[in-house]
Design a protein around this ligand. Sequence first.
Ligand code: PCA
Length: 221
Amino acid sequence: MTRPTPPQTVLVTGFEPFGGETINPSWEAAHALDGERLGGAVFAARRLPCVVDDAGPVLIDAIEELNPALVLCLGLAGGRTDVSIERVAINIVDARIPDNAGRQPVDEPVVEGAPAAYFSTLPIKAMLRALHDDGIPASISSTAGTYVCNAVFYALSHYIATERPALRGGFIHVPWLPAMAIRHAGAPSLALDAVVEAVRVMAVTALGVERDIRVAAGTTH
Ligand code: PCA
C-alpha cells in the first residue's frame, strides 16, 4: 500500500500590531488562512513580533519547525493603495519609530557583513498578473522600507540564499483595513476578504509557476 503524500506547507506570517494600532491586517489575513487546504497544500500561520532583533529568528524557527515549500510573509504598509509584492530586501535598518521592544536602530545592517540586497525568490510578475486576473488591485514594489518588514524579508532571503536555496519565499505589504483607514482622512484601504483571497492567489501561483513571466511592472521614480 502506498502512503498518501503529506500536504505541502505554505507558511504565511503576519505581524502583531505596532505604531499605536490595535490590529494588524497582515496577521488577521494570515490567521484567517491557518489550516486551510489549498489543493495539495495547507496553510500554516505564524505571528511575528514587531521587534527588529526578534522577528527574523522567530520566522527562521518556524521554517525549521514546519519545513514549508513556500513562505509568504505579510506586513502592513499604511497608506499603500494595493497589495504590494516586494521585489527586493536591503541590508539596512533605519527605524522611523521605535519597535515594540522600544529599540530604534539607525543605519544598522540586518545581517553584519552580508550582501547589500537580495531579490525575492517568488515569481513576482506571475503573482501580479494572477492578482489582476482575479480583480485584486496589486503592484510590484521596489522598496519594503527600512523597518521590521524589510528586516524580516532580508533575514528570510539571507537564510534562503545561505541555507535553503530550493525554498521560495518573499514579502508582501498590504494596505490598512477599512476600519483603520477611517482614522486617516482620505486614506486607501483594502477589505480583509480581499487580502485573504490575494494570499490564496499568490500561494497557488508561487507553488505552480516555476519560471517567472516577463512583463513590465516597474516605475519611473
Ligand atoms: N509593518 C511594518 C512592521 C510590521 C508591519 O506590519 C513594516 O512595514 O516594517
